[in-house]
Structure formats: C-alpha cells, structure tokens
Write a protein that binds this ligand. Structure first.
Ligand SMILES: Nc1ncnc2c1ncn2[C@@H]1O[C@H](COP(=O)(O)OP(=O)(O)OP(=O)(O)O)[C@@H](O)[C@H]1O
Length: 249
C-alpha cells in the first residue's frame, strides 16, 4: 500500500510571530503564520503594503529572527543556530535576488556569478554554472562589468548568482520591481525555468499580479496573517482576488 506524503519543504515557518517594537507602538508584523514552501515549486507571496510579506521572507531566509515560533531551511531550525552557523547556512543553502540587483560593481559578470562559491572556497560544479550562464543568456557578457549591462541583464546575473551554489531555496524580493515589463518577463521566465526544468525552489515576494502569475502557487497575506492561497494562478485571477480583498476591507 502506498501512503501519500506531503511534498518535502525546502523552507517553512511554524506558528511564526514577529513583533516590532514594544508597548503601545508594538507592531505584530506576523501573527501565527504557518507556511511551507515545497521543494521544486515556485511560490509567490502577495498582499497589501504592510501585510508582512518582507518580514515573512526575511524570517524564513534567516535574515531576521522571529519573536516566537520556528523557521526551518530543510530540517535545520534557524533559531537553533549561532550567528556564525546562520551566516554559513545563508551562504551555502540559500540564494537571494533583490530588487536592486546588488551586484559587485568592480567584478565581472563571471566573477559576480561565482562570488558566493568563491567566498565559500567551493569550486562549484563547472557544468552547472556553464548551463546557468546559457540559461540566463550571458555567455557573450561574461567579462563585462555590471555598469556595462542593462537592468534586465544585471538581474539575470543576479539570478545566475543566486542559483550558482544549488541552494535549497532562492528567495526573490520584488525581482522585477526595477525592470520594464519585457525584461521583467524574461527574469520571471528564468525563475520559472529554474524551478520546472532544473528542479529548483523559488519563493518570491511581489506586488505585481503579472509576476505572481508565473508562480505555481500564490499565498496572500493581510495584517500579518495568511488569508488565502491560489494554485496555478494567472495574472487576471490574482488581480480579481486582490480586488476582492480591497472590497472586504
Ligand atoms: N524594522 C521595523 N521596525 C518597526 N516596524 C516594522 C519594521 N519592519 C516592518 N515593520 C512593520 O511591520 C509591518 C509589516 O511590514 P513588511 O515590510 O513585512 O510588510 P510588506 O507586506 O512587505 O510591505 P510592503 O509591500 O510595503 O513592502 C508593517 O506594519 C511595517 O510598518
């Protein structure tokens, strides 16, 4: 007899509470959130401004700590790690893509892509990095500096860098926020291909229903709580759902 098992979580938070400040001005940015980000899936997090999206991402990724509850990358509980182990975990098992690209201006494209591996003293898998360079379409730009690239190209470097060490999960914070719609669509296509063709895991915070439409599932936050989720989203359905929240509140 076979038993259905839940997909393995690349990252998750359990009963996650985050309170900023104290006393009368305390803000409950996360209010008992349980979320699992399954391995091999592309999950988007949406919600109104101030709903806790960035807080959730930062706590799940080990960039910030929870007030109570637990955050895990794979089976590793982040709260149990000292600062040094947490830094190593972020470097070796988590990838990041930020709105502002965050490339090192003095390094070439090739050097930026392998930077996390170089810092870790890892050689990385040459074939994997080569495949990534082709996927992101930067083979003829490898010796350029970021300032010689368009915004879309810079974000494609950041995407390749995020996946270079085959992390358990890549967190992307508004990855298309600084891009025109065409470059944004390319970057979203790359994130989707990494998940579907290269068996990677992506968690993306976005305001943009079109971006969320590239994900396998969208989670909706409001007032620090998980209020809804949508499988196989399209931009139109996400937009309708967001409008429904606005009417309700
Ligand atoms: N460092 C901080 N100190 C105090 N309050 C904070 C801090 N960071 C976030 N908050 C508050 O926590 C709540 C959630 O913020 P968060 O940035 O997670 O929301 P968000 O959904 O990502 O918003 P946005 O879409 O505007 O980026 C907000 O009320 C915000 O003002």
């Amino acid at each position: 007899m076979t038993t259905a098992t839940a997909p393995r979580a690349a990252a998750r938070v359990v009963d996650a509470v985050k309170v900023y400040g104290g006393g009368d001005t305390a803000v409950r940015a996360l209010d008992a959130v349980d979320v699992s980000f399954p391995a091999g899936r592309f999950t988007a997090i949406m919600g109104p401004s101030g709903s806790g999206k960035s807080t959730l991402m930062h706590c799940a990724a080990g960039l910030d700590t929870l007030t109570s509850g637990a955050a895990y990358i794979g089976d590793t509980e982040l709260g149990a790690l000292d600062d040094r182990r947490l830094t190593l975990l972020r470097r070796d098992r988590v990838g990041f893509v930020f709105q502002a690209f965050n490339l090192v201006p003095t390094l070439t494209v090739a050097e930026n892509i392998t930077l996390p591996l170089d810092l870790a003293g890892r050689h990385g898998d040459r074939e994997w990095i080569d495949a990534l360079i082709d996927v992101v379409g930067l083979r003829d730009r490898l010796h350029h500096r970021p300032s010689e690239l368009s915004g879309g190209q810079q974000q494609r470097v950041a995407v390749a860098r995020a996946f270079a060490g085959r992390p358990d999960v890549v967190f992307a914070d508004e990855p298309t926020g600084n891009l025109d719609s065409r470059s944004g669509a390319e970057v979203l296509g790359l994130l989707g291909s990494a998940v579907r063709e290269m068996d990677r895991t992506v968690v993306m915070v976005t305001h943009d229903p079109v971006a969320a439409g590239h994900a396998d599932e969208v989670l909706f936050l409001a007032d620090g709580r998980l209020v809804d989720r949508m499988e196989a989203p399209t931009a139109d359905r996400v937009l309708d759902r967001l409008k429904a929240f606005e009417v309700r509140t």
